[in-house]
Design a protein around this ligand. Structure first.
Ligand SMILES: [Zn+2]
Length: 119
């Protein structure tokens, strides 16, 4: 019973580590494809082991839910920013760390806000 939540957490962890990278998107597509493949392989396995198969079972319903949940949360995690801004512009959030260290409270080069560093 814990396999599906653990699988989702493992995929999301990988997505978090690889966020904003192409390899992260490949990992998410591979992980969701595995779950979707199980949905389509399951009736064949069921027929092989029990001799009969149902077109739509609760297992398949749960696996579609798992696939959708892993995909939606995975996409959200992959879109999270990779780096945390140390000295953000107070208006647009642009990184001002190097400029602020050099010249103090500067004008933001991105949006033009004067004294952009939050004090
Ligand atoms: Zn700005």
């Amino acid at each position: 019973m814990m396999l599906l939540p653990l699988y989702a957490l493992a995929v999301w962890f990988v997505c978090f580590r690889l966020r904003r990278m192409w390899v992260g998107w490949f990992a998410l597509v591979a992980a969701v494809s595995l779950v979707v493949a199980l949905v389509f392989v399951y009736p064949h396995l069921q027929r092989w082991f029990t001799g009969e198969s149902t077109r739509w079972s609760s297992f398949q319903f749960v696996m579609w839910g798992e696939a959708i949940m892993v995909a939606v949360v995975g996409v959200f995690i992959l879109c999270l920013p990779r780096e945390i801004v140390q000295v953000p512009c107070r208006k647009c959030g642009y990184e001002l760390e190097a400029l602020a260290a050099e010249a103090g409270n500067v004008r933001c080069p991105e949006c033009g806000t004067e004294r952009a560093v939050k004090v």
